[in-house]
Each structure stands twice: as structure tokens, then as C-alpha cells.
Design a binder for this molecule. Structure first.
Ligand code: ADP
Ligand code: MG
Length: 679
């Protein structure tokens, strides 16, 4: 039977090569393809020349006035020129590298051309010849080196036609009517092939609603299921735990005590723990994690701490070894892909793990791979927003383990937002920092004051400290991102030549390369690290006291706060310089907020308030789940409504049996089976 879960390879024209290319873009099933939405729409309505502004991309219609001429230049490059008579104006049309079009074009012919209008030159840099009669808006898809946007588009068309009859509404009709949402069929049609702007906007709203609605169905259903399932009762030794906590060189903050109690309460119940621990950078989450691990260990269980990168795993392993130094019953080990290479050491480690002798394992995702066996795994802790997914949980269950789970994140999320985005988890919050922390002194300067920034950086370097310089973020283009970072790097290298050393870190580097640069910086081999935002995850370089963020207004507040949190990790006073000439009022407000406060929760709340609809800043926000279309912050209202509606629906399971809820039933069946991609 055909279903939207069919692999895209069922489509005509999708062979192994295209399949791989599609998979790389995250498109595995027909459903994935149909929800692979255009990232922009080109306006293909034919325009009058006097309506067109300089630099605008438009479709113009006219008569070819001179025979097309092809000029070849460079290696395999060419230019096709002719004059186009548009009403009474003559435009110089140029196509680059499309010489083959010359055969289709003759003098006197009527054509429609999409291109960029250059007023000064009276020219049109043509992008494409409009051959078929199209709708006025054309969706443009994010493509890759292996597959073009055009191919994707034609596959979407094919899939839509072939599967149209299977497009069942997931959002029930009463909810659609209440919020004036189109049917799924119509929504998908207008997302891909909108006739006009208003249709496209309506479809977008419906698509975002659907995305959030599905997300809510998934997390709320999971939560309900987890509540019914039995889990481990970890009967930890309270006396030992107290002794351990007293052994720490400081007293826990009130917030730490509260979250420790919440976690311990969960551990001690025969219920599955699925808890999120939120706390600003430096709020002391690692200690809380250690306490939870120790609790599990006193009950004879093993505990695992997973970090997103190798260097973070190493850092955690070091910290834990330190914390547990006086507790010989705790045996800390580190398992990462580096460990993997030295197979003898790894074999030893795995043996001890299987025997239960290692009971506090730290590592990257390698720790839950197939060949890793535990004697008695009781607790899995993940660091930095790596949510422990259904699939991983299932993989462990297959090995006979159903550990409690705790996810730690340094991204403070306002409570309302946390409930809607992490609804499947219980939430613990550390909302205070240990006493005596020095706030990071933040200053906002204009771009023309950049030389001042360099002086301030040098001041810190002279004191033997290190500095980060974050290069501007270009949301739409990794290429420009890299170019920016490289330019900044070259500039600083020249400026500090012979005095201080500079390193570069960017997203295009291989993971290992990145870790090497980070490790070298941590070891003090470089004074300055120029980076794109890839350093966001919590690498601890306590000697770094200066954070310069260029074009800071391009970042969202949460991201700025994350970046700033990279300094101020040692004893020394730390500084953050925001270099920005914001163009909008929101931008200025964001800079002011950063200067005024160091409190992540205040900042996160302001972020909610300052984010206007359509403001795409920092969409890939750390700590929040990623959506294809919706932004949990700027589309927060929709998210909230979807949450409430799903809550009501799931609270009345008898209702769901009715015919009009077939879409929901199907979707829930898929999700709770834990299919790939839905996790
Ligand atoms: P996080 O993981 O939340 O960023 P850490 O657990 O790494 O924070 O803690 C940051 C630093 O603060 C560590 O050096 C830790 O030893 C210290 N610390 C943690 N809790 C306290 C506390 N209650 N009082 C004083 N120092 C603390
Ligand atoms: Mg930490």
C-alpha cells in the first residue's frame, strides 16, 4: 500500500545518486519531500518598467530587438547579449553561461525574462527565460551541489500529484475552522505552488501551525506514555550522598539544593525519569550531575555522562575525576572516538564496563553504541541540549537497560517557552549563580570605534589573558560566514603580527580540526581565537577574559548570551565588547539588554518580548528544538495555541476514535513507533 512514508526513491527519476543527494538534505520519505518548503518565492508577475526599482528582480516582457550575440571568455565562460524592446524602452539583456539559449532566441520574438534590473545601465542581468506559463509566484528550494533546486521542484510536483489523495488532515476540522486554517491538501499546494502572495501567506501560517501541532502531538504523547511505563527505582544511599555533598569545597546554592531534591525524588521512584536541567553557564550544573551520578552509584548502578564533542567530554571527565578523587568506589572512565583508535585500551575499558567496575562513564555519543555493554546502567546524563531521543532509548532498552535520563542545557528558556518546547520532560531550573561571581562587564561600541576594541583586546593580552573575536554571522550563507571570519582573521593577524598569535575556527572545518584548534587555544598556544559561532558549545578556557562580537546586532539575544558566557570562567575580571551599528530599534534594544544584565533568564524573557514576527534572527537558537518553518520565539502564539489544543485532545482519548481524527491517529502511530526522523 502506498503511504506518505514511502521512500522518495519510488518517484520517477530518483536513482541511487539522487536518493543520496536528497537524503543528505534530510529528505527520506514522500512526507519529508512534501514538507521541504521553498525558502523564498520569486515574484514572476510581469512588471511594467516604471514599476521596477533599481536592483529589483523581476519578470519583464518584450520583443527581441537585436540578434543574440554570444561572447566567450575565460575558461568555459560565456555571455549572451541582445537588446530587448520593452514598451518604448530598450534594455540590454545579458545571460551568463547560458549560451545554449541562443538557439531558442531570434530577433522579433516575444519573450519573458526573469532577471535583475540595473537602472543606470538600462540593463537586465537575466537569470532565466520564462518558457511555460507559470504562476506568478515561484518557490525556490534550498539545493546542494548534488541536486538542483529545479530538480527538487519537479520532484515535489510529481510527489504532490501522485500522493494528493493520501493527504489526510492531521489538524481536525473544528480546530482548523477555529483558527481559519486551510486543509492540508490546500496548504501543501500553496506552500509549493502559490498563486499569489495572500495564498502563500495563509499557507505559511497553516504550515507553521501544523508543524507545531505535530510536534506537540509527539512530545505530549511521549510524555503520557512514559508516565504509564515503569522505570528504575534507584534506591540510593542517602547517608553516603550527604557525605559526598559535604565533601564538596563549597556549599550548594539554594537552587542547586532544590534541583538535587527534584532529581533524587525521580530516581527513587519506579517511574521513568526524563528531566531537563536548565542553568546558566557557571551555575553549577556539573556538580549537580556528579551528585546524581553518585546517587545512582551508591545504589549499585552505573551512570553515563554524554557530551556533544570530544573536548567537552574530556573536560567533564577531568572535572569528575577531581570531584570523586576521595571516593574510591567511583571509577571514572572516558570513552570517545580517540579511545576507539587505540583498540587495546578500548577493549580493556569495555571489559571493565561490562563487568560493572567502571561505574561513571564519560564520553561522546560513542558511549551508547552497539558494542558498548553495561552491567547495570541506571542513569544517562546528556550535556548541552542533546536530547536523549526515543531511538536511543529504544536501543538501550533492547540491551535490557531503561535508565533514567537527565538533559542539561546552559540555555535559559523562559518557563512558558520551556513548557511548550520541552513538554515531554520535567524541568528543573538553577536560577542563581554561586556567590561572589564577577559579572562580565559588557560595553557596546560602534563600528568606527573598532580601533578602541583592538586596544582593549591588547590590554588583556598584555596581562597574559586570551581573547575571542566572533566574526559576523550571515544567516543565509555559510560561504559569506567563512569569508567574514577569514577576513577578520587576516586583519588581526596583520595587526598583532610579531606580538600575539591568532587562530581561526569556522564551521567548514572538520570536527577533528576544530577540536584541535580549540584544544590548542585552551592550552595557550594562541592568544586570540577568531571564530564563527561554532564555539558556542561550552568549552571552558578560564584564561580567556575578552569576548569581542562583531556585528553583534546580527545575533539573537540568547546567542549573544551564550557567546558571552565563554568568558568569565576564571578568577579574573572579564569583558565583552559588542561592536554594532544596529539598523533597527530591536537591534539597539538587544545591545542595551546585553549591557544591562548578565542574567540569562532575564535575557531570555527579553528575547521573547523583543522578537518581532518574521524576525529570523538566530533561528537556530541554541537550546530550542529546530523547526523547518516555525520559530518558537516569533511564532510563540501559534506554538502556545497548538500546545493547548493538543493537550485537550489527548486528555480525551475516547474522542480520538472518531472518524475525523484519523489523521491524528495515523500520525501518533508513526511517532510512537519511533520512526527515524521523527525523533
Ligand atoms: P556549569 O556546568 O553550570 O556551567 P559548573 O558546574 O562547571 O557550571 O560550575 C562552574 C564553577 O563553579 C566550577 O568551578 C564549580 O566548581 C563551581 N561551583 C559550582 N557550584 C558552586 C557553589 N555552590 N559554590 C561555589 N562554587 C560552585
Ligand atoms: Mg558544565
Amino acid at each position: 500500500m502506498r503511504s506518505l512514508q514511502d521512500p522518495v526513491s519510488v518517484l520517477t527519476g530518483v536513482g541511487p545518486k539522487k536518493l543520496t543527494a536528497l537524503n543528505k538534505l534530510g529528505i527520506n520519505t514522500i512526507e519529508d519531500l512534501l514538507t521541504y518548503y521553498p525558502f523564498r518565492y520569486d515574484d514572476l508577475a510581469v512588471k511594467q518598467l516604471d514599476q521596477v526599482e533599481d536592483g529589483q528582480k523581476v519578470v519583464l516582457k518584450g520583443k527581441i530587438a537585436t540578434a543574440p550575440v554570444v561572447v566567450r571568455f575565460g575558461r568555459a565562460k560565456n555571455r549572451l547579449n541582445f537588446n530587448l524592446l520593452v514598451e518604448h524602452d530598450v534594455l540590454k539583456v545579458t545571460f551568463f553561461n547560458q549560451a545554449y539559449l541562443a538557439k531558442q532566441l531570434t530577433s522579433g520574438q516575444e519573450v519573458a525574462i526573469y532577471g535583475k534590473y540595473d537602472q543606470r545601465r538600462q540593463g537586465l542581468t537575466a537569470m532565466r527565460l520564462i518558457t511555460q506559463k507559470n504562476d506568478d509566484l515561484a518557490g525556490v528550494y534550498r539545493a546542494s551541489k548534488e541536486i538542483t533546486a529545479k530538480t527538487i521542484k519537479s520532484l515535489v510536483e510529481q510527489a504532490y500529484q501522485a500522493y494528493e489523495e493520501l493527504l489526510v488532515d492531521i489538524i481536525p476540522v473544528n480546530i482548523r475552522e477555529k483558527y481559519r486554517l486551510s486543509s492540508r491538501k490546500e496548504m501543501l499546494h500553496d506552500m509549493h505552488f502559490p498563486n499569489d502572495l495572500s495564498k502563500s501567506q495563509a499557507a505559511r501560517r497553516a504550515a507553521i501551525f501544523e508543524e507545531f501541532f505535530k510536534f506537540q502531538l509527539q512530545i505530549q504523547a511521549l510524555k503520557r506514555r512514559a508516565q504509564k511505563e515503569d522505570g528504575l527505582l534507584i534506591a540510593y544511599d542517602n547517608q553516603k550522598l550527604r557525605t559526598f555533598i559535604y565533601s564538596l569545597p563549597f556549599e550548594l546554592t539554594a537552587a542547586q539544593k532544590r534541583v538535587v531534591n527534584e532529581i533524587c525524588h525521580d530516581l527513587h521512584q519506579a517511574k521513568h525519569m526524563n528531566r531537563l536541567l536548565q542553568g546558566d553557564v557557571g551555575s553549577g550544573k556539573t556538580v549537580v550531575a556528579a551528585i546524581a551520578m553518585y546517587a545512582a552509584i551508591t545504589a549499585g548502578y552505573q551512570a553515563v555522562l554524554m557530551a556533544p564533542t570530544e573536548i567537552l567530554a574530556q573536560q567533564h571527565a577531568q572535572k569528575l575525576a577531581q570531584i570523586f578523587a576521595a571516593f574510591p568506589e567511583v571509577n571514572v572512565a572516558l570513552l570517545t572516538s580517540t579511545t576507539n583508535r587505540r583498540s587495546k585500551a578500548k577493549k580493556e575499558l569495555l571489559k571493565h564496563l561490562k563487568a560493572g567496575e567502571i561505574n561513571a562513564l564519560v564520553g561522546t555519543h560513542a558511549v551508547i553504541q552497539d558494542n558498548v555493554e553495561f552491567a547495570k546502567l541506571g542513569l544517562v546524563i546528556t550535556d548541552e541540549q542533546h536530547r536523549f531521543g526515543v531511538l536511543q532509548r529504544q536501543a538501550l532498552r533492547k540491551k535490557g537497560q531503561k535508565p533514567d535520563t537527565l538533559a542539561m542545557t546552559a540555555t535559559p528558556i523562559p518557563r512558558t517557552l520551556a513548557i511548550t518546547t520541552y513538554g515531554e520532560m520535567d524541568i528543573s531550573v538553577i536560577n542563581e549563580l554561586p556567590k561572589g561571581r564577577k559579572p562580565i562587564e559588557t560595553t557596546w561600541i560602534k563600528k568606527k570605534q573598532f580601533p578602541e576594541a583592538l586596544n582593549r583586546v591588547e590590554e588583556q593580552l598584555r596581562l597574559g589573558a586570551q581573547a575571542y573575536v566572533i566574526s559576523p554571522l550571515i544567516e543565509e550563507s555559510e560561504m559569506l560566514d567563512l569569508q567574514n571570519a577569514t577576513e577578520t582573521y587576516e586583519k588581526l593577524k596583520k595587526y598583532f603580527a610579531g606580538r600575539y598569535t591568532v587562530a581561526l575556527l569556522h564551521g567548514k572545518m572538520a570536527a577533528e580540526e576544530k577540536e584541535k584548534v580549540m584544544a590548542d587555544f585552551k592550552a595557550g598556544k594562541y592568544d586570540i581565537l577568531v571564530s564563527t559561532t561554532v564555539i558556542e558549545v561550552g568549552v571552558d578556557v578560564s584564561n580567556a577574559t575578552m569576548m569581542v562580537i562583531l556585528d553583534a546586532d546580527r545575533f539573537g539575544l540568547a546567542q549573544l548570551h551564550q557567546l558571552r558566557g565563554r568568558v568569565g570562567r576564571g578568577e579574573k575580571r572579564s569583558y565583552c565588547l559588542l561592536v554594532a551599528d544596529p539598523k533597527s530599534e530591536y537591534g539597539s534594544e538587544r545591545m542595551k539588554t546585553m549591557v544591562e544584565t548578565n542574567d540569562g533568564f532575564v535575557i531570555a524573557q527579553r528575547d521573547l518580548e523583543l522578537r518581532g514576527p518574521g524576525d529570523v534572527l538566530g533561528k537556530k537558537q541554541a537550546g530550542l528544538p529546530e523547526f523547518k518553518l516555525g520559530d518558537p520565539i516569533s511564532d510563540f502564539n501559534i506554538l502556545q495555541v497548538a500546545q493547548a489544543e493538543v493537550f485537550e485532545l489527548l486528555a480525551r482519548p475516547e474522542l480520538l476514535q472518531k472518524a475525523e481524527y484519523v489523521g491524528i491517529r495515523q500520525y501518533l502511530a508513526e511517532v510512537t513507533l519511533g520512526r527515524p526522523g521523527l525523533d
